[in-house]
Design a protein around this ligand. Structure first.
Ligand code: KIV
Length: 262
């Protein structure tokens, strides 16, 4: 039997019922089908695709056209999961007109159900305008990879009391601007728990402990497919890299030795 479509209403109900929300990235049709069929609540077409499928050093090189291309493929593969698409670097910073146009394209052309933006108070005008256009918005605070050139590396954020207060202020500003969910990346677990208690909207953690309403990870990390680097908080559930290498090596060997084709 086909799973019921996950909507913002379903996700809000899950939070109310203290039912944990599962979220994983996907970037293409076959993986989207697998993640959807496995029953994942939310699929994130993350701009992490810049690192894990396009081979860029960081996400600042990802474009709207990259995001549209991959969001279309994912939305063709998923029948029930709720699809969130990342707004890429600079697609929501040059004014609310651009922000709404670009968010609208990810929904209308891409087939996503919501968009995700990185940042706090400074992006709230864009968030408000996108929400007013009828598009659900997900925030992203803590380690925000589009700001890598400011951070100078990937490390735990909001470790001081002042930084924690700023993060809570940013989260509340996003909530007031109309965001219905926020991803907290690499913040201390006590802070993730505290901000979850203080907010009415859904919180999703990554590298931030178990206190949020749900969890997200990069699919290719948990499958052991992407091995350029693996964040310390990742749990690998299988090792596709070696499974694929074995399959490919067997094929090469059989072609060379004449075992295949018969
Ligand atoms: O781009 C992405 O995959 C993300 C997650 C890591 C939260 O933003």
């Amino acid at each position: 039997m086909e799973r019921k479509k996950v909507t913002t209403k379903t996700l809000k109900k899950m939070k109310e019922n203290h039912e944990k929300i599962s979220m994983l990235t996907a970037y293409d049709y076959p993986m989207s089908k697998i993640v959807d069929n496995a029953g994942c609540d939310v699929i994130l077409v993350g701009d992490s695709l810049g690192n894990v499928v396009l081979g860029y050093e960081n996400t600042t090189h990802v474009t709207m056209s990259d995001m549209l291309h991959h969001t279309k493929a994912v939305s063709r593969g998923a029948k029930s999961s709720f699809i969130v698409s990342d707004m890429p670097f600079l697609s929501y910073h040059t004014g609310i007109y651009d922000a709404v146009r670009n968010a609208g394209a990810l929904i209308a052309e891409g087939g996503a159900h919501a968009v995700k933006l990185e940042g706090g108070e400074e992006i709230c005008d864009a968030v408000r305008a996108i929400v007013n256009a009828g598009i659900p918005v997900v925030g992203h605070l803590g380690l925000t990879p589009q700001h890598i050139n400011n951070f100078g590396g990937f490390s735990m954020q909001a470790k001081t009391e002042a930084a924690a207060e700023k993060l809570i202020k940013d989260a509340k500003a996003l909530q007031s601007a109309g965001a219905f969910m926020i991803v907290f990346e690499c913040i201390p677990s006590e802070l993730a728990k505290r901000v979850t208690e203080e907010l009415d909207i859904i919180t999703i953690g990554i590298g931030s402990g178990g206190g949020c309403d749900g969890q997200v990870l990069v699919l290719y990390d948990i499958l052991g497919l992407f091995d350029d680097f693996t964040p310390s908080f990742v749990k690998k559930y299988t090792n596709l890299n070696s499974i694929i290498t074995d399959g490919v090596s067997n094929y090469i060997n059989e072609v060379k030795t004449g075992v295949f084709p018969k």
